[in-house]
Write a protein that binds this ligand. Structure first.
Ligand code: PQQ
Length: 578
C-alpha cells in the first residue's frame, strides 16, 4: 500500500525532497529552537567522494539515511544507529557523454522513497527503483534520450501508485514533458508534453482553463511559427507539488527554445507556465503562462508552495510561486485565479508589473518595459542592464513557509545582465542557446552583494525582512516549529535565523559552498539537522567545471569569480545536533 502520506505526516522522517506534498519545507520538530540553536555541534560527517554541485538533501526512512551524489549519481544507505556506517551503495553505470548536454553543472536534486523503494533518476534519464533495504534493482526505465539533448537533474515525486517525473534539456532543443510511471513495475501511465497538439499535451480545449477561461483548441500550436514547437523546450526540470483533496499535481515549465526570441515569434505556449494536472490522468485542469514569449531565459520551474490561508475572511487554497522573472505569484490553486503578483526583488526592471485588471485584454500578462526587451533591434545587439539576470531573482533552490509566522523564506539572487541574442541552427543533441550573456551585481547592490535571504508575505505581496548575502543564495530553506529558519550560503555557511525577525542565531562554515537544501530528522528521540555541501549549480559552475573563459557557463563564471576566495570543491554531508 501507499505508505508515503503517513510517513510525510511523521516529522522524524523525510521521504520526499520537498518534505511534504505542499512543498512547505516546514518541519514540526522543535527540540532545536530559537533559544538553543546557537549550541548546535557537528555530530558526524560523510564525504560523498564526488565533486561538483550537491543539490537536494538526504532522505531519512526507518533509521536509514539515503544520500545521493551529483553525476555519476551514486546512492548510499547509511545506518543512523552507527553514525552513518554504510549499509549499501549503488553506483550506476552511465555514459560520460551525458555531461556534455547538462546546461548548469552535473547536479541532481535527490532521491524519493515510496513503498519500500528508493527512486533514483539518473542524469541520463534512467529511472531506477532500488530496494530500500538491500539496494537491489527492482526495475529500471529510460525516460528520455541524451542523444536528443534530454537529461535529468530533478527529483521524482511519488503520488499514490504513480511516480511523477520531469526532464531537462530546454537549452538543447528538447521538447519538455512530464510523465507518470506506475510505481509497481515502471510502466508508463501517462505523458504530457509542454508544447504541441492538445492530445499530446493532455489539454482539453474546453475544460483546461487559463485565468478562468477555456484555452481553446490548439492553444500551443497557434502560439508558435511553423514547427518550432517541436524543439520548443519548456522542460519541467524543477519541483512537483501535489494536493490530495483536489488530486492535482503542480509544476512549472522552462524556457522556450532558443534563447534568441527573434527565432520564435508568438507567445510560445506552454513554456514558462504553471500547470495543474489531474494526478490520475495527467489532463491539465488549468495553466498560467507567466512570461509569454520569453526574452530572458526566465524558466518557470521553481517550486509551487501550497498553503491554506485566510484571504478577506475566507479560507482559500493557495499556491505561491517565486518565479525566476522576479515576481512572486499567489494564485487560487483550485481554479488558477491570480490573486497577487508583485516583485520580490526591487531591482526587477524587464516588466513594470503584472496586469491584475480582470477587465483588461492583457489581464495576467506582464507589463513589459521596452527598454529591457532583447529583440527590438534584432539579433547580434547587446541589450544592457536587464534585471534580473537569466539565472533569476530566484532559481531552483526552494523557499520554505512557516504556518507559525505565515511568512515565506526565500533564497534570492540580485544580479542583472547584458544579453546578446544570435541566430542558432538546430542540430540534434547540440546546444540550442542562441544568446551570449554577461551577468553582474544589480546596480543597487551594496558592496557588490549578489544575494539575500528574505521573508515574504504572500497576501500583501511584500518583503517582511531581508538578510543581505555576499553571494546569491543557492541553498533550499528549512523552517521549523522551533521558530528557526535554516539556509546555506555559497561560501559554505549553514545559517540559522529567527523566523520572526531574521536575526542570525547560528552559523557554521562547512568545507565547501552549499547549494543543497537543509533538512532535519529525528532518530531515537533526538533531532538532527543535515546539509550537503559541494559548490556547483549554475552559480557555482565556474568553480565546479574549472571554467576559464570569462563568459563561459552562460556568463556565470565571471559573475561569481570571487567565490574562489571563499571556498573550493568538495562533496560532504554535515550532520548537526545539540
Ligand atoms: N539548473 C540550475 C542549477 O541547478 O543551479 C540552474 C539552472 C538549471 C537554470 O538556470 C536553467 O535555466 C536550467 N535549465 C534547464 C532546462 O531548461 O532544461 C535545466 C537545468 C537543470 O537541469 O539543471 C537548469
Amino acid at each position: 500500500g501507499d505508505d508515503v502520506p503517513a510517513r510525510i505526516a511523521d516529522p522524524a522522517q523525510q521521504v520526499i525532497q520537498t518534505l511534504d506534498y505542499a512543498n512547505t519545507r516546514y518541519s514540526r520538530l522543535d527540540q532545536i529552537n530559537a533559544e538553543n540553536v546557537g549550541k548546535l555541534k557537528v555530530f558526524w560527517t560523510f564525504s560523498t567522494g564526488v565533486l561538483r554541485g550537491h543539490e537536494g538533501s538526504p532522505l531519512v526512512v526507518d533509521g536509514i539515511m539515503y544520500v545521493h551524489t551529483p553525476f555519476p549519481n551514486n546512492v548510499y544507505a547509511l545506518d543512523l544507529d552507527h553514525e552513518g556506517r554504510i549499509l549499501w551503495k549503488y553506483e550506476p553505470r552511465q555514459d560520460n557523454e551525458v555531461a556534455a548536454i547538462m546546461c548548469c553543472d552535473l547536479v541532481y536534486r535527490g532521491l524519493a522513497y515510496a513503498q519500500g523503494m528508493v527512486f533514483l533518476h539518473q542524469a541520463d534519464t534512467t529511472i531506477v527503483a532500488l530496494d530500500a533495504r538491500t539496494g537491489a534493482v527492482r526495475w529500471r526505465v529510460a525516460n528520455g534520450d541524451p542523444k536528443r539533448g534530454e537529461s535529468n537533474t530533478a527529483t521524482v515525486m511519488p503520488v499514490k501508485d504513480k511516480l511523477i517525473v520531469g526532464i531537462a534539456g530546454a537549452e538543447f532543443g528538447a521538447r519538455g514533458h512530464i510523465s507518470a510511471y506506475n510505481i509497481k513495475d515502471g510502466t508508463l501511465a501517462w505523458r504530457a508534453y509542454s508544447t504541441g497538439p492538445d492530445a499530446q499535451m493532455l489539454i482539453d480545449p474546453e475544460k483546461t482553463t487559463e485565468l478562468g477561461k477555456p484555452v481553446g483548441p490548439d492553444s500551443s500550436l497557434k502560439s508558435w511559427e511553423g514547427e518550432q514547437w517541436k524543439i520548443g523546450g519548456g522542460a519541467p526540470w524543477g519541483w512537483f507539488a501535489y494536493d490530495s483533496k483536489l488530486n492535482l499535481v503542480y509544476y512549472g515549465s522552462a524556457n522556450p527554445g532558443t534563447w534568441n526570441p527573434s527565432q520564435r515569434p508568438g507567445d510560445n505556449k506552454w513554456a514558462m507556465t504553471i500547470f495543474a494536472r489531474d494526478a490520475d490522468t495527467g489532463v491539465a485542469r488549468w495553466v498560467y503562462q507567466m512570461t509569454p514569449h520569453d526574452q530572458w531565459d526566465y524558466d518557470g520551474v521553481n517550486e509551487m508552495i501550497l498553503t491554506d490561508q485566510m484571504v478577506d475572511g475566507r479560507l482559500r487554497t493557495l499556491l505561491t510561486h517565486f518565479d525566476r522573472n522576479g515576481f512572486a505569484y499567489t494564485l487560487d490553486r483550485a481554479t488558477g485565479e491570480l490573486l497577487v503578483a508583485e516583485k520580490f526583488d526591487p531591482s526587477v526592471n524587464w516588466a513594470k508589473g503584472i496586469d491584475l485588471d480582470k477587465a483588461s485584454p492583457t489581464y495576467g500578462r506582464p507589463i513589459l518595459d521596452p527598454k529591457y526587451g532583447t529583440e527590438a533591434e534584432g539579433e547580434d545587439v547587446t541589450y544592457q542592464g536587464i534585471c534580473p539576470a537569466a539565472l533569476g531573482s530566484k532559481n531552483q533552490q526552494p523557499a520554505a513557509w512557516s504556518p507559525d509566522t505565515g511568512l515565506f523564506y526565500v533564497p534570492t539572487s540580485h544580479m542583472c545582465m547584458d544579453y546578446e541574442p544570435f541566430f542558432v541552427d538546430y542540430a540534434v543533441g547540440q546546444p540550442y542557446v542562441g544568446a551570449t550573456l554577461t551577468m553582474y551585481p544589480a546596480p543597487d547592490a551594496k558592496d557588490g552583494h549578489t544575494g539575500s535571504f528574505i521573508a515574504w508575505d504572500n497576501l500583501k505581496g511584500r518583503v517582511a525582512w531581508t538578510i543581505p548575502e555576499r553571494f546569491s543564495v543557492w541553498s533550499g530553506a528549512l523552517a521549523t516549529a522551533g521558530g528557526v529558519v535554516f539556509y546555506g550560503t555559497l561560501e559554505g555557511y549553514l545559517k540559522a535565523v529567527d523566523a520572526k525577525t531574521g536575526k542570525e542565531l547560528f552559523r557554521f562554515k562547512t568545507p565547501s559552498g552549499i547549494v543543497g537544501n537543509v533538512m532535519t530528522y529525528e532518530h531515537r528521540g533526538r533531532q538532527y539537522v543535515a546539509v550537503l555541501s559541494g559548490i556547483g549549480g549554475w552559480a557555482g559552475i565556474g568553480l565546479a567545471a574549472g571554467l576559464t573563459d570569462p563568459n563561459a557557463g552562460s556568463g556565470a563564471k565571471d559573475a561569481y569569480a570571487a567565490l574562489s576566495s571563499y571556498t573550493a570543491l568538495g562533496g560532504q554531508l554535515t550532520v548537526f545536533a545539540l
